[in-house]
Write a protein that binds this ligand. Structure first.
Ligand SMILES: *[C@@H]1O[C@H](CO)[C@@H](O)[C@H](O)[C@H]1NC(C)=O
Ligand SMILES: *[C@@H]1O[C@H](CO)[C@@H](O)[C@H](O)[C@H]1NC(C)=O
Ligand SMILES: *[C@@H]1O[C@H](CO)[C@@H](O)[C@H](O)[C@H]1NC(C)=O
Length: 621
């Protein structure tokens, strides 16, 4: 018998027992533990069909449409405000953006359109009837193939984006059906491109640029799945979203007041209530109605995602998600970056803990323990800006809101867009093309139902770029206008690239650029330049308050988003097993962010599933 092996096995067992114990011990804060909550959390065995039926009954038509849209579309052409309600798609955002959406579908099937645009004599693209066996092409033929795919891809992408635009700016059954049809055609096209790619013999392809383009095209994400499995994949996501979107809870201490929804009811409670027990009740109930109920579906989704990964020629879905970063040490780099930022976060954390201890008392907030997740002003503790009233360093030196001044000066949505354009021009960047002004929708119009999520659109034809936004005259939207227009600037700057490259340098880059612009625009100094701040606010109290407010939103979000995707990568990889899904989540939350659950959690819970991005399967990173 191999002694070494025995030692390894035994120590692994001890190690995992120790981890488990540690995990549970950390979660128990028995002083505040309400056993009823725990058992309640076991949950009633509601028939899933009824949940779904309920869900659909409760939706307004528009909500349903929006939801379906959110779960089914996912093409690169569109950038939405991600944090609140990203819409990119079925989980494979990176892939989705880069390849999924970009590649239109139907060219190979509908013979005419594609071939008529390229020279049929030289077209190396096989027709469906001869789609068998390996393909060995010369480098110049591969170049031609890529060119043709570029034309076809741009064209199909354009049709798809157009259909999505028509739907989102004019929500009705007709536009929705067309949008879904186009989306399906699009996946179909992608699968065809993929099947060609898998047959290509790349041995002779040396040019790294060619290889890279081919590689991108051969990683379509979930679209590589056979039709039946792809439907299952989409169904799982839709079903999870149905649970998530229809969840409602009953009010604290008012068991008959039920039907409270996340938006707006629970969000208002989490941000405004300072009642420990009410917050705890709301926190627990939301998780009981969402995460717990999607756990089983999520486990299935992990399996299907990993199958898709194998078809994409990577070992598991975490590799598929990380692929567009083109860095084998992605995880290490992220953790390393967080280690560098962490000292600042730790100071913020300690300061906020002190303020919360003053409010809730030392018996509830220990000087040393992690922060309980339910009192941070947000359902997930991902942003703490809603407890600024409790924590602001210089009360009275109000953090900035220029809304009243904007209204006083007669700002309109159109004026906000013009001011944003001037900002970019002042940086020596382009003005918006004529068609941008002609085609964008910057306001909600009466009688035309629209999906209001602000978004920037690339119509894939190197000409047509638009923003869709139900702009209100206020500071938040003013910043958002700049954010969206920064996406358009990026579109304009890469428009000469081939289709496969017309995207952010990596999945985070589009947002990073836009956020950098947002941060620059929202400084007191810039707002003063615009004449929106009249009195001087360039003193220490105002600046500290402003920076503190930013930190409470942006800095606190980092350990949350990092935990969410490290957690998903570990699950996809299989380094975290089903028995530890929830425990591992809290391990990461505590290690990275110093946050713990308010009550004992167990593996009947599934707390990550109470965050939109998990049922929607949208990556954060
Ligand atoms: C909205 O969609 C309907 C039906 O699909 C169509 O008839 C109508 O012209 C569209 N409205 C606009 C303003 O595009
Ligand atoms: C699949 O991946 C392996 C190694 O990661 C690589 O050697 C091989 O060329 C890839 N196959 C295709 C078709 O890309
Ligand atoms: C402005 O941009 C143009 C190209 O778009 C460039 O040639 C020029 O040098 C830039 N000017 C400055 C001051 O950066």
């Amino acid at each position: 018998m191999n002694v070494l092996a025995t030692i390894v096995v035994v120590s692994a067992t001890i190690l995992s027992a120790a981890r488990l114990a540690r995990c549970q011990a950390d979660q128990v804060d028995s002083k505040y533990l309400d056993p009823n909550d725990y058992f309640l959390a076991g949950g009633d065995q509601q028939d899933r069909r009824r949940i779904l039926q309920d869900a659909f009954n409760r939706y307004t038509v528009q909500q349903q449409q929006q939801e379906q849209q959110q779960s089914r579309t996912g093409f690169d052409g569109i950038f939405q405000q991600r944090q609140q309600q990203p819409q990119q798609q079925q989980g494979f955002q990176r892939g989705g953006r880069k390849f999924t959406t970009d590649e239109p579908e139907q060219n190979f099937e509908t013979s005419g359109r594609f071939t008529s645009r390229s020279d049929p004599r030289t077209s190396p693209i096989p027709t469906p009837s001869i789609q068998q066996g390996p393909l060995t092409l010369s480098n110049s033929n591969i170049r031609q193939l890529l060119q043709q795919l570029d034309v076809a891809g741009s064209q199909q992408c354009n049709l798809n984006v157009q259909a999505q635009w028509d739907f989102e700016t004019n929500v009705n059954e007709g536009t929705q059906i067309r949008a879904l049809e186009q989306q399906l055609l699009y996946s179909e096209f992608q699968r065809k491109v993929f099947s060609i790619m898998t047959r290509l013999n790349l041995d002779n392809v040396i040019d790294p640029n060619l290889r890279r383009q081919l590689k991108f095209l051969s990683m379509p994400g979930p679209a590589a799945l056979p039709q039946e499995q792809l439907s299952r994949y989409n169904r799982l996501i839709n079903d999870m979203l149905a649970v998530y979107n229809s969840a409602s809870v009953c009010a604290f201490d008012e068991p008959l007041k039920c039907g409270l929804r996340l938006d707006p009811d629970l969000n208002i409670i989490m941000s405004r209530s300072r009642d420990w027990n009410e917050l705890q009740h709301t926190w627990i109930e939301w998780r009981r109605r969402t995460g717990q109920k999607v756990r089983d579906m999520f486990e299935q989704l992990v399996d299907v995602s990993n199958q898709a990964a194998l078809l994409n020629n990577v070992s598991d879905a975490s590799e598929m998600w990380k692929f567009p970063y083109e860095s084998p040490s992605m995880r290490f780099e992220l953790e390393d970056a967080w280690e560098q930022i962490k000292p600042l976060y730790e100071q913020l954390h300690a300061y906020v803990r002190k303020k919360l201890r003053d409010l809730y008392g030392p018996e509830r907030i220990s000087r040393e323990a992690p922060l309980p997740a339910h009192i941070l002003g947000n359902m997930w503790g991902q942003s703490w800006e809603n407890i600024l009233d409790l924590t602001i360093p210089y009360p009275g030196k109000n953090y900035l809101d220029v809304t009243p001044q904007m209204i006083k000066q007669g700002y309109t949505p159109a004026a906000m867009f013009r001011v944003a354009e001037e900002f970019f021009i002042s940086l020596n960047m382009s003005s918006m093309p004529q068609s941008f002004w002609a085609n964008s929708v910057v306001e909600e119009l009466p009688g035309q139902p629209i999906i209001c999520q602000p978004s920037a659109w690339d119509f894939c034809n190197r000409q047509d770029y638009r923003i869709k936004m139900c702009t209100q005259v206020n500071m938040k939207d003013f910043i958002t206008v700049h954010h969206e227009m920064a996406h358009v600037q990026y579109f304009l700057n890469y428009k000469k690239q081939p289709k496969v490259y017309r995207d952010g340098a990596n999945p985070g880059f589009h947002e990073a650029l836009s956020e950098a612009i947002s941060l620059s625009v929202s400084t007191p100094k810039h707002l003063q330049t615009l004449g929106l701040i009249l009195n001087s606010v360039d003193d220490i109290p105002h600046n500290i308050n402003y920076l503190f407010g930013l930190a409470m939103d942006k800095l606190t979000f980092l350990p949350f988003s990092l935990a969410l995707d490290l957690w998903r990568w570990d699950i996809f990889k299989g380094t975290t097993h089903k028995e530890r899904y929830n425990c591992h989540w809290w391990d990461l939350r505590e290690r990275l962010g110093g946050v713990k659950p308010p009550v004992l959690r167990s593996e009947t819970d599934f707390d990550p599933g109470s965050k939109y991005h998990v049922p929607a399967n949208i990556p954060y990173i």
